[in-house]
Design a protein around this ligand. Structure first.
Ligand SMILES: C[S@@+](CC[C@H](N)C(=O)[O-])C[C@H]1O[C@@H](n2cnc3c(N)ncnc32)[C@H](O)[C@@H]1O
Length: 218
């Protein structure tokens, strides 16, 4: 493992805003159903950044919307370290990071506990539809923890993931709220859609067009 990655992985469990759970550790249960009472200690809405990578959206949105609580989730701890460290440096009380597989969401969040979710530049998995984070299999995971009427936001460079998600929304009879095929041309002044992540920066350098969808999974 490269030295910097090793160092970050060692530091991650010690960061006050990061949660890591080992299976079957009864002494350290996940705060399922208790994110408001035990983690954030307030009653603000809970918003997930799924596959957050370096967590830029959690930090950016938490600054824009201090009246909401943000949780960034990813399996890659060395990436989470970047967002977690930045959130601590900025004294953002309304951000946490959780190292986990999104497939296990209902082990970490209770029914109706989540108010909103962002999926930003998730892998389009060109050959493996079932791994796409907007595949019906994942929507089932989200429904287990999201409130009725909760909104999912998708931002992507991928035409495949964008068109695929619109097909899933239609096939599942879901409510499409917003569909913007060229974010930077048509929504230059939207501060939330305008947050730029590590992957978005790479796609923009290659001249890719960034797309945005929002919909209700329930
Ligand atoms: C292409 S990166 C995007 C990261 C970040 N959102 C960005 O825009 O820079 C995709 C991320 O999804 C995470 N990921 C993919 N599938 C996952 C899953 N099932 N559970 C947890 N993390 C996942 C990967 O670890 C990776 O960090």
């Amino acid at each position: 493992m490269p030295k910097i990655k090793e160092k970050r992985m060692e530091e991650l469990p010690k960061l006050d805003n990061t949660l890591i759970y080992t299976e079957f550790d009864d002494d350290n249960p996940a705060p399922k159903g208790k994110w408001n009472t035990e983690v954030f200690e307030n009653d603000q809405p809970i918003v997930l950044e799924l596959a957050c990578g370096k967590g830029e959206y959690s930090v950016g949105l938490a600054e824009l919307e201090p009246h909401k609580n943000y949780v960034g989730l990813d399996i890659k701890g060395n990436r989470l370290w970047v967002g977690a460290t930045e959130a601590l440096e900025k004294n953002l009380d309304n951000v946490r990071y959780l190292r986990c597989y999104i497939d296990h969401l209902d082990q970490f969040f209770g029914e109706n506990e989540v108010d909103e979710a962002w999926i930003v530049f998730s892998d389009p998995y060109l050959k493996k539809e079932r791994k796409r984070l907007t595949h019906p299999k994942f929507l089932k995971h989200y429904r287990k923890v999201m409130k009725p009427g909760a909104v999912i936001h998708l931002k992507t460079d991928s035409d495949v993931l964008y068109e695929y998600t619109k097909d899933v929304i239609e096939e599942e009879g879901l409510e499409l709220i917003d569909d913007e095929p060229n974010v930077h041309k048509n929504r230059p002044n939207d501060p939330k859609i305008g947050i730029i992540t590590y992957y978005e920066e790479m796609h923009l350098e290659k001249g890719k067009t960034i797309k945005y969808l929002s919909f209700k999974p329930i």
